[in-house]
Design a protein around this ligand. Structure first.
Ligand code: GUN
Length: 292
């Protein structure tokens, strides 16, 4: 079994980006600037956004964090987005999800200028991705592709089973794994809450990508020998013995599934750090595209 070490690979990517930023600085060019909007006080979301801002500092990007109260109206948020769309200093920005229930997420994502949509969630960018056109690929799926590529995991002709059809991970992942090229050329099954006999499907899979958010969902009895397992789940489970008061748990029963797997991502230290690295990569692309 080989660990797909997202912590290490994401460090490699951040070093590559930092070197490019240094080159920009040496040439007197403006460095990329990422902005992030967070609405409300959800602890996990605040942690994720904080990590994104910290990663910007690490590679030499400029960053702006905009915190809005949980009572923010959709109109107020749309106004803020318009400001960022027209602010020439900002190369790309994200709106951290989920949003409070008074706000229509789709309306918000559609208001982001596609050329600054470094999350790749705007329908125009999502459509371009599905049509194999050059665009921003959502950071988590992009990170999974990068991990598969850097570990040279063979995906062509393999049966990839994606568990979960979220717009952020499962749906784009199912499209990307079926695209032409590497990593891709897979035969993809997208499973979800209405799927029947899931074990019958997962036990035939060469590659399993779980993005459910159900701790220890995928058990050893559900997979075949030499399976490749990508665990996107990050659930906080209360744990009083831990100084933070919680532990991060994936969708996979790692202890037992790893005994059968050929490649597997740990949680934490697998897909999570890759997501942040690829957001930086998209922001760098946004900056470079503006200079054309
Ligand atoms: N919430 C969970 N994952 C993501 C992500 O990749 N981007 C944003 N904006 N919100 C998220």
């Amino acid at each position: 079994m080989q660990l797909l070490d997202g912590k290490k690979v994401s460090e490699d990517i951040k070093n590559e980006i930092a070197a490019e930023v240094q080159r920009m600085k040496d040439n007197g060019e403006k460095v990329p600037h990422l902005a992030a909007i967070i609405v409300g006080n959800d602890g996990a979301s605040l942690t994720y956004v904080g990590s994104k801002v910290k990663a910007c500092e690490r590679v030499g990007f400029e960053s702006t964090l905009i915190k809005m109260p949980s009572t923010t109206s959709e109109t107020e948020l749309l106004k803020k987005i318009k400001e960022l769309n027209t602010n020439d200093d900002i190369d790309g920005f994200i709106v951290q999800l989920p949003l409070p229930e008074q706000i229509d997420t789709q309306e918000v994502l559609m208001a982001i200028c596609p050329s600054k949509d470094v999350d790749g969630f705007h329908p125009e960018n999502f459509g371009k991705m599905a049509l194999d056109m050059s665009t921003f690929i959502p950071a988590t799926p992009f990170g999974i592709l990068e991990l598969l590529e850097r570990y040279n995991v063979d995906t062509a002709g393999k049966h990839t089973v994606v568990i979960g059809r979220s717009h952020i991970v499962g749906r784009p992942m199912s499209i990307l794994m079926g695209r032409k090229g590497f990593p891709g050329n897979s035969t993809v099954t997208l499973t979800h809450s209405h799927t029947k006999n899931i074990t019958q499907i997962t036990s035939q899979a060469d590659i399993i990508i779980t993005a459910l958010g159900v701790p220890n969902y995928l058990k050893a009895e559900m997979v075949k020998d030499d399976v490749v397992v990508i665990d996107v789940g990050i659930t906080r489970l209360a744990d009083e013995t831990n100084p933070k008061g919680y532990v991060i748990t994936g969708d996979v029963d790692f202890e037992n599934v790893s005994k059968k797997a050929s490649f597997i991502t740990p949680v934490p230290g697998g897909v999570g750090p890759m997501t942040i690295a690829m957001l930086l990569k998209n922001t760098l692309l946004a900056r470079e595209n503006r200079m054309c």
